[in-house]
Design a protein around this ligand. Structure first.
Ligand code: NAG
Ligand code: NAG
Length: 207
């Protein structure tokens, strides 16, 4: 009986199995395109909510993850190569390849940790109704593909934009970008606008 069950599970992998398929160190939890397309059809469509009351302070980050290491430092270690950290967990050397523009950096100062779904976008698509604890979990999420180590200036250009307003300069990354965006919005039950849905659908079509 046990053998039959094992055989079955090998023959029929869960269709929504998530995996890490980017060609460089990256977050976990990136779904396959087919799974992201399915999730996209289920996301609730709504106009952008008000930004009233929003502040980054309402999404506490970067929190301590373990020892002296905060979330930013954990992501720098996770997504870099040969990262050396000080006793305070500061990245003192390493190499980071930014998936948004394919540029490589060797000084962690040049890297920002991007929230795939920006905090302000989350606020306007559902997070204004969350508790501060829920917003803290969202802003420091190491499980879903929400945190990306990217070129600081590119992150500055993205700002709080949704995919209909801004896409990463590296077009070959648009597929993964949309997969990650949809996974985060789906997990957190955030709404999308119809323009956002159109852009995501176009990006998933490049997968
Ligand atoms: C940021 O956006 C400006 C204006 O679109 C563009 O000229 C510049 O190259 C962008 N910078 C990066 C790093 O992508
Ligand atoms: C999203 O909504 C589902 C269904 O209502 C709920 O079970 C789940 O806990 C929600 N997810 C989050 C992160 O709040």
């Amino acid at each position: 009986m046990a053998i039959a069950i094992i055989g079955l599970s090998h023959a029929a992998p869960a269709p929504d199995r998530i995996m890490n398929r980017a060609p460089f160190p990256s977050p976990t939890g990136i779904p396959k395109a087919s799974s992201a397309e399915d999730t996209l059809t289920k996301l609730a469509i709504a106009a952008m909510g008000s930004e009233d009351g929003y502040s980054r302070d309402k999404f506490p980050h970067w929190i301590t993850q373990s020892g002296t290491c905060n979330t930013r430092e954990v992501v720098l270690k996770r997504d870099g190569t040969n990262v050396v950290q000080s006793a305070q967990c500061e990245a003192t050397s390493g190499t980071w390849k930014s998936p948004y523009d394919s540029k490589t950096w060797t000084d962690a100062e040049d890297i920002q940790i991007d929230h795939m779904v920006p905090l302000a976008n989350a606020w306007r698509s559902g997070a204004s109704r969350w508790t501060t604890d829920q917003r803290r979990d969202f802003a420091n999420d190491l499980v879903r593909p929400q945190l990306w180590a990217v070129t600081g200036s590119v992150n500055g250009n993205k700002s709080d934009s949704s995919p209909d307003e801004w896409k990463p300069p590296l077009s070959s990354f648009h597929c993964t970008y949309a997969e990650a965006w949809v996974a985060v919005k789906g997990y957190y039950n955030l709404t999308i606008t119809s323009a956002e849905k159109g852009a995501l659908s176009d990006m998933l079509a490049t997968c």
